[in-house]
Write a new protein. Sequence first.
Length: 84
Amino acid sequence: MSPEEFARSLGSTVRARRGSLSLSQSDLADLAGVSERFVRFVEQGKPTVQLEPLLSVLGTLGLELAVAHATKAANKTATKTPQP
C-alpha cells in the first residue's frame, strides 16, 4: 500500500468514526486539542500529517495506529535488491 493509499484509508476511517460519534470536525478538533484544519487534512487523506496530533485525534475517537508485519508479497517487494 502506498503512503497515499494509506492516508486515504485512514482518512475514511477517521471520518466514519467521527460521524458514528456524531461529532463535527470542530468538536473533534476541540476534544483532541488540534486545529479543525488538521482534522480536515486527516480526513482528506493528506499523507504528510504529523504523528503526535494524529495520535491525539485517533485516541479521542477510540482508535489506535498499529504496526504489523507485512504480507509475504510486500516483504518480497521490500527486500528485493536492484539488479546491476
